[in-house]
Design a protein around this ligand. Structure first.
Ligand SMILES: C[S@@+](CC[C@H](N)C(=O)[O-])C[C@H]1O[C@@H](n2cnc3c(N)ncnc32)[C@H](O)[C@@H]1O
Length: 187
């Protein structure tokens, strides 16, 4: 959960590393991570935040909606991703099932060269439903085999993974089956 202060400060720093950055958040919730991301973006940056739950997003909209840099979208995250141009965002924070467990490739496809794709909540938590640990393992295994991306899985905060699209690897959809996923198994 991006309510974790360390994760929030990382999101803020990475947003700050992209002057004029275009940021996408999947899973607005009540806007905790939205606020961290906006705090990092400069005045020419912009942020689109997507959620399917109007009641959660309304809380964020009420708190942050006066900021001209933010756009709230009430839509399924994967449906939103599929309408976007390839490599059109500097940072994607995937904090919903959409764009993470569902539609991972669609989320990675919109990341610009040098841009970030970030997920958290990858370390075991007491409230995980049955079967979720297996989904996490499968996601980590898939990420460990990504071609054209540098991956940093961190045993830190709630388990954050930062993925960077490498410049010169603009193609998408190849998986590096030779990658060593030892680090990921240890996450
Ligand atoms: C972990 S919470 C987000 C927390 C938020 N980023 C924060 O820091 O407060 C996950 C959110 O994803 C939303 N969600 C669930 N399914 C979704 C989907 N298919 N597309 C977009 N958002 C979705 C939920 O409504 C929920 O608000």
């Amino acid at each position: 959960m991006a309510g974790e202060e360390r994760t929030g400060s990382l999101l803020r720093a990475l947003a700050a590393s992209k002057p004029g950055g275009r940021v996408l958040e999947l899973g607005t919730g009540t806007g905790v991570s939205t606020a961290w991301l906006l705090d990092g973006l400069d005045s020419s940056g912009s942020l689109v935040t997507v959620d399917v739950d109007e009641s959660f997003q309304r809380v964020a909209r009420e708190e942050l909606g006066s900021d001209p840099r933010v756009e709230f979208v009430l839509e399924d995250g994967v449906a939103y991703l599929q309408r976007q141009d390839p490599m059109s965002f500097d940072l994607v924070f995937a904090d919903a099932m959409a764009g993470k467990y569902d539609g991972l490739e669609s989320a990675l496809a919109v990341v610009k060269p040098g841009g970030f794709y970030i997920v958290d909540d990858m370390l075991p938590q007491p409230n995980w439903p049955d079967g979720h640990a297996t989904r996490v393992e499968e996601l980590l295994a898939r990420m460990s085999k990504l071609a054209g991306f540098s991956i940093v899985p961190m045993v830190w905060a709630t388990g954050v993974v930062v993925v960077v699209r490498r410049s010169g690897f603009e193609g998408f959809g190849e998986w590096n089956s030779a990658a060593d996923d030892e680090d990921f198994r240890n996450l």
